[in-house]
Design a protein around this ligand. Structure first.
Ligand code: OAD
Length: 241
């Protein structure tokens, strides 16, 4: 009998369409805190106070102070072998590989992934709440909190908050790739946040095989053909090799 990891690697090698869905867990080994679970950000901070449009309207300074702090952690972090393995898979499979992430940290791109579908935005982008202009801003720390646009209005982080829609183009790309996937690999996400977590069921309904890489149980384990209990930085390199 082959080990599940070898079996999954063989399925990936055979497959013409692979989708990898990642979440905060893939960046945990880079030292970036996750949201849920022990040590997760939502243990000490409330999403309602920090990651909703209402929170920003109420207290933009508090929200920006939190994002500025997280930008500082991310700036000091490096991609880990899990990110690099997914970049390697993209190289091996070309257009047959789609990476969809809920992460806003940019570590997939820094590891060499070229085509990343970013469902929850990008912490290195800002958007003006007045004129709507969007731009890259990688200053850490920000010189002024909360930051303002040249038009005078407040800038907001270029991320998706609870209660907001996902960027339409990115969502469509994710849905299309999910529908066509032969192997749907879920790594480092609690699969607790929709609609992203629903992509696996969509793929499964179209015949994809599901693989979960996570040290903990996830709600997708019951759907999965492979459940690999382990750290992304240890398991994913064995799949790309
Ligand atoms: P979570 O914090 O909910 O889940 C992180 C997952 O990673 C958990 O299932 C952990 O068991 C797992 N994990 C931890 N270390 C790992 C490792 N080294 N290798 C593999 N897995 C590991 O993060 P997300 O699922 O990304 O949204 O959360 C989804 C969304 O909820 C985020 O994008 C964010 C959050 O609130 C918004 O802020 C809108």
């Amino acid at each position: 009998m082959t080990a599940p990891v070898d079996d999954l690697r063989a399925a990936i090698q055979r497959s013409r369409a692979i989708l990898a869905l990642t979440g905060a867990g893939i960046s945990a080994e880079s030292g970036i805190p996750t949201f849920r679970g022990p040590g997760g950000l939502w243990r000490s901070y409330s999403p309602e106070q920090l990651a909703t449009p209402d929170a920003f309207a109420r207290d933009p300074l508090l929200v920006w102070t939190w994002y500025d702090w997280r930008r500082g952690i991310i700036r000091g972090a490096e991609p880990n072998p899990g990110h690099r393995a997914l970049a390697e898979l993209e190289k091996l499979k070309g257009a047959g590989f789609t990476l969809v992430t809920q992460n806003v940290d940019g570590l997939h791109e820094r590891a060499g992934s070229r085509r990343v579908v970013k469902l929850h935005g990008d912490i290195w982008k800002v958007r003006c709440t007045g004129c709507g202009a969007s731009s890259v801003n990688d200053e850490v720390p920000l010189p002024e909190l909360p930051p303002r646009c040249s038009c005078g209005a407040l800038l907001r982080p270029g991320v998706v908050w609870f209660g907001e829609s996902l960027p339409e183009d990115e969502w469509e790309r994710a849905v299309e790739a999910s529908r066509g996937a032969e192997v749907f690999l879920v790594a480092g996400t609690s699969a607790a946040v929709y609609p992203a977590a629903g992509l696996a069921a969509l793929a499964r309904a179209r015949g994809a095989k599901i693989a979960v890489v996570n040290p903990e149980d996830t709600p997708l384990d019951g759907l999965a053909d492979w459940v690999l209990r382990g750290l992304a930085g240890e398991v994913l390199p064995r799949l790309a090799g």
